[in-house]
Design a protein around this ligand. Sequence first.
Ligand code: SF4
Length: 470
Amino acid sequence: MALSSSLLNRNGWDVECARLPIAASAADIRRRTGKQSIRIHPRCDAAPSSSPAASESFDTKSFRRDLRNNELYNRQGFGYKQEMLEIMQQEYTSDIIKTLKENNNEYTWGDVTVKLAESYGFCWGVERAVQIAYEARKQFPSEKIWITNEIIHNPTVNERLTEMKVDLIPVEEKGKNFNVVEKGDVVILPAFGAALDEMRTLAEKQVQIVDTTCPWVSKVWNTVETHKKSTCTSVIHGKYAHEETVATSSFAGTYIIVKNIKEATYVCDYILGGNLDGSSGTKEEFLEVGNKFKYAISAGFDPDVDLVKVGIANQTTMLKGETEEIGKLFEKTVMTKYGIQNINNHFMSFNTICDATQERQDAMYDLVKQEPDLILVVGGWNSSNTSHLQEIAELKGIPSYWIDSEKRIGPGNKIAYKLSHGEYVEKDNWLPAGPITLGITSGASTPDKVVEDVLNRVFNMKQEEALVLA
Ligand code: SF4
């Protein structure tokens, strides 16, 4: 979505000329927050490393606590919440969605009856992250502002931040290049957090950190800290390359990441010596190069030693039912192996499924029950929570199309979409002729405006169809 320069000016964010309404110094922040300058625990190594071994000997809990008390760290915003929410409302809301909500989530435009999922779109964690990022731009009008990753998984919102001169840390062959960040710069951490090594690097550079990490994600980090304290291996239900899981595993001690129930079953079968379903093999096979866990285990992981006591954690956006199933499977497995009476010595579980993810998935189950002719799932193609909404429709067998913007529709009756497991598909004649019932939902990072653009594209196609028939 292009933002007009007039809006930039209206909001006082003309960052090119740096004439902004409010500027803040470190002294201002001290006055506002009452925080004192304290020393961050220094890193013992020079180069940033994502090696779990490097973090194992490091007191991650103390580091996070000290960081939170540092005057150059902010995770609450800067006092402009209401103003920023009003701006976001102008930029991201939709009249079509408003009409749907006023009509019990169902409304008919011409030949198209739209059924909107009861819970959809921006979750409070995403809204909060975007709001704090907007506040940072206002608070630091002339400072260079970086962000360690996309603030959320939505191209529209990310483009908007680029327009506001919030730049991504460049990614080079060897990874992110933090050398570009200089003392006095501001660095935003996105909603799904940042890995420990990135935080340590930034703390050492004494830059202003604006942390928008969702509190639900922080809760998972606390969970893996608890596992670590109890010398328990964290079994993380997630995708090993997803930013949130990369961050979570960096705070864990010993861990293994399982993507789905199939991988969890393989691990549990190994624990039971091949007596669950026989899918696992030898220890060497478990660890061999190319094995599914190559990138999903902590350094030095030994399945014979490190699967004796396990605790469950998850990437907050995974399919809720699957996380529960994986938790139950591990609980049952260790009960079988060590006896029910010893369960507390071998298994730990906390509920770390985020409410927003759960609500959107529950609403999607309700939507598919209504059996619309087809479903559009709107959300970024790298959005994990959106992929699971698509998965629910696929499991029900309803034609469902996961698109990240209205640009995926056309030319003509053509659509380019993704399936839940990431496969890219192009399809002709996807929109049936005549009256249709269209189910629609959107991922937790998707502004209503993007959904509106998608629906308008469908309405236009139907109008063109009517003209041809006439
Ligand atoms: S989906 Fe949940 S964990 Fe993720 S940002 Fe939203 S509220 Fe936070």
